[in-house]
Design a protein around this ligand. Structure first.
Ligand SMILES: [Zn+2]
Length: 217
């Protein structure tokens, strides 16, 4: 967990000696402020949210772009990574996730999108045909790309909520179709991270730093 709760009603990042509690189960949390892993809060036993992932710099970089008040929002027994504009949930996925858990989360959050860290398999994705088409999602001309995927992860064909691959270089692919049979391929639309934040953030006016990548919408 990146943000814990305080008795004053604030959300607070992990800091050495810090005292705070879980906004979901109210248990006291332990600040983990070492040199290897990113600073985070830990439960004394297992995290009360079975869907929680170990915190990574990649998660924190994404969460902070949407404003801390919109991160790790308690929803029933779970904490949504980001609650974006109009209540849309953004789930940030770095590690492997099973088809069953994909289906469970989609059922639970209903209106949600996935941002998957594609840095690890980016080199296996061969982006091909490029053309400009009107992306029905954004309602504007967008770069359409088809792709081939060597050593694909079959679970990715199981995402039925909108799926974005974050390539880690400031670009993202909104994957619209994956053909899981060999040779695996598909197609989607290219976005930049600032375009994504602008499209989904609650308070775009307050996001100067989040948009500093310089790409235009
Ligand atoms: Zn908890």
């Amino acid at each position: 967990m990146f943000l814990a709760a305080t008795t004053a009603g604030d959300r607070v990042r992990a800091n050495p000696g810090g005292q705070a509690f879980c906004p979901s189960c109210m248990a006291d949390l332990i600040p983990k402020c070492g040199e290897i892993k990113v600073w985070h809060w830990a439960h004394r036993t297992d995290d009360c949210d079975p869907w929680s992932e170990p915190e990574s710099q990649w998660h924190i970089d994404w969460k902070t772009r949407f404003g801390l008040q919109n991160c790790e929002v308690v929803m029933g027994p779970h904490r949504a990574d980001v609650v974006a504009r109009d209540g849309l949930v953004i789930e940030l996925q770095h590690s492997h996730i099973s088809p069953e858990e994909i289906a469970e989360r989609q059922r639970f959050y209903r209106r949600m999108i996935w941002v998957v860290d594609a840095g690890e398999f980016r080199e296996h994705v061969d982006l091909r045909l490029a053309s400009i088409r009107t992306d029905p999602y954004r309602q504007q001309p967008t770069t359409y790309r088809s792709f081939r995927w060597r050593w694909p992860r079959p679970t990715h064909a199981r995402f039925t909520s909108p799926l974005f691959w974050d390539f880690g270089d400031g670009t993202m692919l909104n994957v619209r179709k994956i053909h899981p049979e060999t040779p695996c391929g598909g197609w989607g639309y290219l976005w930049t991270k600032p375009q994504f934040v602008r499209r989904f953030a609650v308070h775009v006016d307050e996001l100067g730093d989040a948009l500093e990548d310089g790409a235009t919408a």
